[in-house]
Design a protein around this ligand. Structure first.
Ligand SMILES: [Zn+2]
Length: 200
C-alpha cells in the first residue's frame, strides 16, 4: 500500500527569464510563468499522514520565491562563456550561430560581426547580479528545473525531519513537475528509498 500527497496550482510557481541552447542554437532571452506541482509518496505516520501539507507548501513556495522575477543562468552550459564580476554576469554564447528565429514570434538575432580589431562579437548578455540566479545545471530546461527543485526540496525535507530519521525513511518518492505553459510540463521523479540507502 502506498499514499501520496499532491500540491499544485494556487500560487505555486515563479515568473522567470531564461534561454536554452539546443542543437547548436541559442534561444533569445524570454520568460515563462512557470507552474510547479509536487507529489510526495510514502508510508503513513502514526497520525495517518504522509507529510504535513502546509510544510510542503511552505518549502516549495520559499524555493520558488528565490527564482521569481529572476534570470536563471546555467553554470555548466558548454556553449556559454560566463564571466562573473562584482556587479554583473557577462554571458557570451560561443556555440554555432543560426539566424533563423526559433519560434515564429521570436526575434531574428543579428549575426556575429567583426569590430575594428577583427574580433568577433557573438551573442552577449550582461545581467546585474541581483537579477540572476546561477544554477548548477547545463541548460535551463523545465526538466533540469524540475530535477534541481526536487534536490532542493529533499534537502529541506531531510532538515525538517532531522530529529525523526525514520519519518524521512518512510518517504518513498518525490515527483516535481515544472510547467512552462499549461500545455507543457517536465516531470522528474526521485526515488527516495535509494537515496536513503546511498547516504546512510
Ligand atoms: Zn523558454
Amino acid at each position: 500500500m502506498s499514499w501520496k500527497i499532491v500540491i499544485e496550482r494556487g500560487n505555486l510557481g515563479f515568473a522567470a527569464a531564461h534561454f536554452i541552447t539546443f542543437e547548436g542554437r541559442c534561444e533569445p532571452l524570454h520568460g515563462h510563468n512557470y507552474g510547479v506541482h509536487i507529489e510526495l509518496a510514502g508510508a503513513l505516520t502514526r497520525d495517518s499522514y504522509v507529510f504535513d501539507f502546509v510544510a510542503l507548501k511552505d518549502i516549495t513556495r520559499e524555493l520558488c520565491k528565490a527564482w521569481d522575477h529572476r534570470f536563471l543562468l546555467p553554470l555548466q552550459n558548454p556553449n556559454l562563456r560566463l564571466t562573473e564580476t562584482a556587479r554583473e554576469w557577462e554571458i557570451v554564447y560561443t556555440g554555432a550561430f543560426d539566424a533563423q528565429p526559433i519560434a515564429s514570434n521570436a526575434p531574428t538575432l543579428p549575426a556575429p560581426s567583426s569590430d575594428a580589431t577583427g574580433a568577433t562579437e557573438p551573442l552577449r548578455y550582461v545581467m546585474p547580479k541581483e537579477t540572476v540566479v546561477a544554477l548548477p545545471v547545463d541548460n535551463v530546461t523545465a526538466e533540469r528545473l524540475a530535477e534541481h527543485l526536487a534536490m532542493r526540496i529533499v534537502e529541506r525535507l531531510r532538515q525538517r525531519l532531522s530529529a525523526m530519521p525514520t519519518a524521512f525513511e518512510a518517504l518513498t518518492s518525490l515527483t516535481v513537475g515544472v510547467a512552462e505553459t499549461e500545455m507543457q510540463t517536465a516531470v522528474y521523479t526521485l526515488d527516495l528509498r535509494n537515496l536513503a540507502k546511498a547516504t546512510s
